[in-house]
Design a protein around this ligand. Structure first.
Ligand SMILES: [Zn+2]
Length: 388
């Protein structure tokens, strides 16, 4: 089929054009001065934006469901919801939990690896915790936080191979260096997060392969003073090194606009990936209360908060809204915001040859939206899976 008269969001520019899809792949991208003539079976976007489908590396849930439920119903609800937000590939993210619960999730997702249940394609699992810092737990359950000092335990997770695309860990914890090396050997992203590390601990971690920062600025160490001297934390270390790709929860709440701008300036268009970190509060009506890891939480118009007011309770973002926020509050061009939501995370997964940009030969994973950032259509492997 053909998609006509779109403003195509290409890696470096927005250009008016059309594209044809064959066998689920982008067959040809054409640029025409005038309007392309309507042909049979073609869809005319009438100047609407067409971007590569978004790739979300950090997502827990939606519509009252968390992926830790490990049921097909939960996976389907979550991936359906996020497809409608423009996400065509995602890595479902586990929580700090008993080892057996994480293994159960991996076992449930193994047959669904690289599959779609109708919604976004499940390209992997991001294991967030339990190997994090007890000092930077955030909304994770402190009861199950522990150091990665038992290789036999985390080897059981890595036995799932390519399904484990990412792990968030605290590099300062005992055993972390061996874990980082094992992750990179497995082809997984080794991500510093929920960490209290200082730069002296992070230098060897980066040498071992640390290449990512989990929800940068949230639950992460920063500058401390030792006697007369200042030490960098994970925040400054990530901002200073091109080797580290920084996740950003781009809702304008987890990280306020001024700090978002600081991140964009420090890292440039290739150094950031937008994530939702969406929890089960995503998609619920503002004011709805829900249970999150044993705590009461409430969705608000722009995020979710713990009812006791002590903190945020994950985001309620969609990737479309993350792109909108990066543009409207973070001062990014639409081309760069889309790149951070598609190409950069695809590259970090090592799958940019397959998806992440509008390029002939790649999977026809596409999102069509209007100038109000409303999703109008989403294609997965060239199939129109959602239209509004
Ligand atoms: Zn987290």
């Amino acid at each position: 089929m053909d998609i006509l008269n779109a403003q195509l969001i290409l890696p470096d520019e927005i250009r008016r054009g059309s594209l044809s899809i064959r066998d689920g792949r982008i067959h040809r991208v054409t640029h025409t001065a005038g309007r392309a003539k309507k042909s049979a079976g073609a869809l005319d976007l009438r100047g609407g934006f067409l971007a590569p489908g978004f790739v979300d590396l950090h997502i827990h849930g939606a519509l009252g469901h968390d992926m830790m439920e490990a049921t097909t119903e939960a996976f389907r609800t979550i991936t359906d919801f996020h497809l409608r937000g423009g996400t065509t590939s995602l890595t479902l993210t586990t929580l700090t939990a008993p080892h057996a619960d994480i293994l159960r999730v991996l076992a449930a997702l193994k047959p669904l690896h690289n599959q779609s249940l109708g919604g976004s394609r499940i390209v992997g699992v991001h294991v967030e915790g339990p190997y994090i810092s007890p000092l930077r737990v955030g909304a994770q359950n402190p009861q199950y936080v522990r150091p990665p000092s038992q290789p036999a335990e985390w080897r059981e997770l890595l036995r799932y191979g390519k399904l484990v695309t990412q792990m968030t860990l605290a590099p300062e914890e005992k055993g972390a260096m061996a874990l980082i090396r094992a992750l990179r050997r497995n082809g997984s992203i080794a991500s510093g997060g929920h960490t209290d590390a200082n730069h002296e601990q992070l230098i060897p971690a980066m040498r071992a392969g640390l290449n990512h920062a989990t929800h940068t600025f949230n639950q992460m160490s920063t500058i401390t003073k030792r006697g007369p001297y200042r030490w960098a934390g994970m925040i400054e270390f990530s901002l200073a090194h091109d080797e580290i790709l920084c996740e950003l929860i781009a809702d304008g709440k987890h990280v306020p606009p001024i700090i978002m701008k600081m991140l964009f300036n420090a890292k440039g268009r290739d150094g950031v990936c937008l994530i939702t970190d969406a929890t089960k509060g995503a998609g619920l009506k503002p004011g709805t209360e829900f249970e999150l890891f044993g705590m009461r939480a409430r969705s608000t118009a722009h995020t979710a908060e713990l009812v006791d007011g002590s903190g945020l309770a994950g985001s309620t973002l969609t990737m479309m809204r993350a792109v909108q926020t990066a543009v409207q509050q973070g001062g990014q061009t639409l081309v760069d915001a889309v790149r951070m939501a598609s190409y950069n995370p695809a590259r970090q997964l090592g799958r940019d040859g397959e998806f992440g940009s509008i390029t002939a030969g790649k999977r026809a994973d596409l999102v069509w939206f209007d100038d109000q950032f409303r999703v109008r259509g989403v294609w997965l492997d060239g199939e129109l899976r959602h239209q509004s």
